[in-house]
Design a binder for this molecule. Structure first.
Ligand SMILES: NC(=O)c1ccc[n+]([C@@H]2O[C@H](COP(=O)([O-])OP(=O)(O)OC[C@H]3O[C@@H](n4cnc5c(N)ncnc54)[C@H](O)[C@@H]3O)[C@@H](O)[C@H]2O)c1
Ligand SMILES: [Fe+2]
Length: 407
């Protein structure tokens, strides 16, 4: 096997308790007028007022857009950008969950290049660098602080859409686990499960390194030696602390592990990409109006079992990273890893089946067809699909039949 690696990351990643206090210095290197994208929840906190005061004390003028909505409806981006244009921002700061970070990416994109958001849907449609972005996550989940993608919802499309371009990678990610201390258990679980799913899908992604132009033609390019390193770190940190953070949100060490896990998972999947679990969530989430993290985690054990035969070595390594030991029997360890993910997700309240998620029985084929149509994710899956296989997998995840998902 030839060693292959590719990775794209922010210029600066800061992680640790209190790192938010570095924001004024980081921002001052990038400009003097900052558009801040956040939501009403965070804007009403003393933490936010302190951040704004610190920026102003560093002679950075700020314009606050505090109306980011979950899942970023595309028309809300246009409103933010129109409000911001007269201010002529030199940088954009996103503070909040993945939705606020994705809004910051979209705002930076349109402020720099004009046009409509839909002009950029897909891969490599962004023509050049955009305003610098600083991302400060307040959830531990999406990894958007380091990834090249912004996900939005568009009323004209059933499925959510992504804009994927290395130009959307934030210039700096400032990750302060204190900002996640207020996440209620359900949000901690759903965001953390999304992160663990990113790590697993990146680590088990297809090996596609043979084509030297792969990374020039595609944003998400499958597993590689460098993304593997981050993915395993993420599995280890989330495996040991996600349940703890869910049960006791005041556990600072667990919060730090989970946020670092989400960050590391973002570093992995931002280049490696995700695969079938994410493909199935897109249509399932659109039909059930359920959170992204809940949907991907619901189907993850079934997708792992489907992929098991193609990824025994990787699944066994995931088992070891989850603290299940180092058995020479990789088959057994791979099975144990799938069981452990299933147990962990159930323990933090993730729905066990697509039926529990609210998917209607007469929508299974449609869900499978839509998922199968998301080419960039399906190509990245380690075990190849045909439509019938996808239909069987979706049905197994609907019925909660783990054994059937392997067939
Ligand atoms: N760009 C990427 O790489 C990427 C990856 C995965 C998912 N996503 C997208 O990110 C979005 C989901 O992001 P998310 O899971 O972070 O949730 P979110 O940003 O949609 O926020 C969900 C809710 O949590 C609240 N919240 C955020 N931080 C909090 C805190 N510290 N304490 C209490 N409440 C808090 C928010 O106010 C909001 O009401 C989806 O649109 C998803 O598609 C993006
Ligand atoms: Fe995700």
């Amino acid at each position: 096997m030839t060693l292959f690696a590719a990775i794209r990351l922010p210029q600066e990643i800061l992680f640790g308790k209190g790192q938010r206090h570095a924001l004024p210095l980081v921002a001052a290197r990038l400009g003097r007028r900052a558009l801040i994208c956040t939501d009403q929840r965070f804007a009403s906190t003393p933490l936010f007022s302190d951040i704004v005061k610190a920026l102003e004390a560093a002679s950075i003028a700020v314009l606050i857009h505090d109306d980011v909505q979950p899942d970023v409806p595309s028309e809300t981006v246009a409103v933010c950008v129109e409000d911001a244009r007269p201010f002529d921002p030199e940088l954009v700061i996103g503070i909040g969950g993945g939705s606020c970070l994705d809004m910051a990416k979209c705002a930076a994109l349109l402020l720099s290049h004009g046009g409509q958001l839909r002009d950029y849907y897909g891969e490599y449609k962004v023509p050049g660098p955009s305003l610098p972005i600083i991302a400060l996550p307040t959830t531990a989940g999406t990894g958007s602080e380091v990834t090249p993608v912004a996900v939005v919802s568009d009323a004209e499309r059933t499925l959510k859409v992504g804009i994927s371009s290395p130009y959307l990678i934030p210039t700096a990610a400032v990750c302060d686990p204190e900002l996640t201390m207020t996440c209620p258990p359900r949000l901690t679980a759903i965001a953390g499960a999304d992160a663990l799913t990113h790590a697993i899908e990146a680590f088990t992604a297809a090996r596609r390194g043979a084509d030297p132009l792969l990374a020039q033609d595609h944003v998400f390019i499958g597993k590689s030696a460098l993304t593997d390193h981050f993915a395993l770190l993420a599995v280890k940190l989330l495996g040991r602390s996600l349940e703890k953070a869910y049960r006791d949100g005041s556990d600072e060490d667990a919060r730090a592990d989970v946020m670092m896990g989400a960050l590391a998972a973002g570093c992995a999947f931002g280049t490696a990409g995700t695969a079938a679990a994410h493909a199935i969530q897109y249509p399932a989430g659109a039909l059930t109006h359920t959170a992204h993290g809940l949907g991907v985690a619901t189907v993850m054990p079934y997708v792992m079992n489907f992929n098991r035969s193609a990824s025994i070595a990787e699944m066994a390594e995931i088992g070891t990273a989850l603290g299940l030991g180092q058995s020479p029997n990789r088959e057994k360890l791979a099975t144990a890893a799938i069981e452990e993910i299933r147990r962990l997700f159930a323990a933090i309240g993730i729905t066990r089946t697509l039926a529990d998620l609210g998917l209607a029985a007469d929508k299974l084929d449609w869900t499978a067809e839509q998922a199968f149509g998301i080419d960039r994710l399906i190509k990245n899956n380690p075990r190849p699909f045909d439509l019938d296989a996808m239909k069987r997998l979706v049905r197994a995840a609907y019925e909660g039949d783990l054994a059937a998902s392997a067939i």
